[in-house]
Ligand binder design. Structure first.
Ligand code: SAM
Length: 256
């Protein structure tokens, strides 16, 4: 069972999300335990403060080490090699979250997500108590709650037994050779003059497989050609020239 805790000043944002669809099912079936915790429960003043004005001036407020560090340590233990819980802070400055990172995190025994608000979190919290910062994209939201839900939803569907048909994970975007999935169709066979490609109704599984592969590569080449750089076997299929750029893992750039 994957154990997930979430530290936030808005636990109420998670209500229906945690009870609905695959996330709700995973919790009910015991594939995941997910609990939210109100950071203000660790505040020590009578206003239950979690933020203060930034040193050096500037707009907005910054989340203070008190009560964040004690709260993280209460839920995950002190940072260090013996800590069993991997502590993640959602931040636009973090490593871009991708499918490969979700797969790795889904194998962890326990995760704590820390949701920032205001102008962000005092750097000492990140230095003293957080293992990893993750971003859901190059844009700025007002808080880490929705980014945390994004990560949880992506994680939970990877847990054994959660998806009815685990094959769907293997064929969907970013998994099947690291490319986008191609177009999909269901009934009716003709809708407003647009026909489902006949090969999909042919019953010829090899032809269907080849068509899907070709469509996936065409779509990836048109929309996200950089993904083909990371999938060498796909690159040659797609007629993409070898580039001089070293392969490595472009979605996980080395960070200092
Ligand atoms: N001042 C920060 C900056 O310029 O990088 C932005 C702070 S943002 C207004 C407040 C919080 O929202 C962050 O601490 C983070 O938890 C969350 N957040 C906003 N955008 C995010 C993103 N793209 N990915 C992950 N978390 C994000």
């Amino acid at each position: 069972m994957l154990e997930i805790d979430v530290l936030t000043i808005f636990p109420e944002l998670f209500g229906p999300f945690l009870d609905t669809a695959f996330v709700g099912m995973a919790r009910r079936d015991g594939a995941a335990r997910i609990d939210t915790h109100d950071l203000r429960g660790w505040a020590t003043d009578r206003h239950r403060s979690v933020d203060d004005t930034p040193y050096g001036g500037g707009p907005g407020m910054v989340m203070t080490p008190e009560p964040l560090v004690p709260a993280i340590e209460a839920l995950a233990g002190p940072k260090g090699p013996d800590r069993k819980v991997h502590v993640i802070c959602l931040s636009p400055q973090g490593r871009p979250l991708d499918q490969a990172r979700l797969v790795a995190l889904a194998a962890a025994p326990a995760l704590l997500f820390v949701c920032g608000r205001y102008e962000g979190i005092d750097q000492r919290v990140l230095d003293l108590a957080v293992d990893e910062e993750l971003s859901i994209g190059d844009y700025v939201l007002s808080g880490g709650e929705i980014p945390t839900m994004v990560a949880i939803e992506g994680l939970v569907r990877l847990l054994p037994g959660v998806l009815g048909n685990p094959d769907s994970i293997e064929t969907e975007s970013f998994r099947g050779g690291g490319v986008l999935e191609g177009p999909q169709y269901t009934r009716p066979p003709v809708y407003r003059g647009l026909e489902v490609p006949p090969v999909l109704r042919s019953g010829n599984h090899a032809a269907i497989e080849a068509w899907r592969r070709e469509q996936a590569l065409n779509r990836t080449r048109a929309r996200r050609p950089e993904l083909l750089d990371a999938a060498p076997e796909s690159r040659s299929d797609a007629g993409i020239e070898e580039t001089k750029r070293p392969l490595g893992d472009p979605t996980h750039p080395k960070r200092d």
